[in-house]
Design a protein around this ligand. Structure first.
Ligand code: SAH
Length: 243
């Protein structure tokens, strides 16, 4: 039986990949992934057998990995950030449920909420939610319900997949829902674009400023909770200490 590792490679730069992820990739015969993530791999790993499929061909990508693993191979499926957060790990477990072709192992990576928060300061200090605005696999009414739930609980929110060329005004739509639930337009918020990659951009300001910014699929947005402040340009959610 082969083994497939679902490996989170972190946001992009080599130094934000965990040692476990690096060692796992070094130990594999084949690495499978979306072309951009294959490109982001350290040069030394590019000598491996590399396989990729375009965006939205996730099932084909996982099938490729399962086929490779059949001859007792060690195969890695790479994902940006963490493989278990909007990644390929769950799909691999589901696709291998009925077969004994491969064992699946998840190797964690630094997810965009965590790497992006560090660039902004400390916006996720206290309880927070992670919500994706992509309605490709989750219906919009559920996304809306989760946004309302996050507001009801006064959670800070890390927003993944905020908008794309096809989903142009999704961040605005999300902000309208947050406003309806009582979040002020001035709510301290931020975004980080291209975390750990070329063209990294960090912005902290009000929620109304964020929705006017040029945010895309390589951006993670952070909306503070009612206690979040901007301290010397950094987005900070207090832990609650008296100082
Ligand atoms: N598995 C990934 C998330 C994939 S969903 C993770 O754990 O980070 C894709 C979304 O993640 C993007 O639309 C963006 O919101 C966020 N993201 C992933 N990598 C990023 C990066 N380097 N910079 C900014 N946002 C990123």
């Amino acid at each position: 039986m082969g083994i497939i590792f679902a490996v989170g490679i972190g946001p992009g730069s080599d130094n934000m990949m965990t040692v476990e992820a690096r060692e796992t990739l070094e130990s594999c015969d084949t690495i499978v992934g979306y072309p951009l993530y294959i490109e982001l791999l350290p040069e030394s790993l590019k000598k491996k057998k590399l396989l990729s499929t375009p965006m939205r061909a996730e099932k084909e990508r996982c099938q490729m990995a399962i086929d490779e693993a059949k001859d007792n191979k060690r195969v890695a499926v790479v994902c940006s950030g963490d493989a278990g957060i909007y990644g390929m790990a769950s799909l691999l477990y589901e696709m291998c449920e009925e077969s004994a072709d491969a064992d699946i192992v998840t190797v964690p990576g630094i997810t965009a909420a965590v790497s992006g928060a560090s660039k902004l300061g400390s916006p996720l200090t206290n309880d927070f939610c992670v919500i994706s605005l992509s309605d490709a696999l989750t219906p919009w009414d559920i996304i809306e319900k989760r946004l309302r739930g996050a507001c009801a609980g006064d959670f800070a929110i890390a927003i993944y997949n905020p908008q794309s060329k096809k989903r142009k005004d999704y961040m605005k739509r999300a902000a309208e829902i947050l406003y309806e639930c009582g979040v002020e337009k001035t709510r301290p918020s931020g975004y980080v674009k291209n975390i750990g990659r070329e063209g990294q951009e960090v912005f902290a300001g009000s929620l109304s400023e964020i929705i006017e910014a040029d945010i895309d699929m390589f951006t993670t947005v952070f909306v503070g909770n009612s206690q979040t402040r901007i301290i010397n340009g950094r987005l900070v959610t207090p832990r609650g200490y008296d100082i």
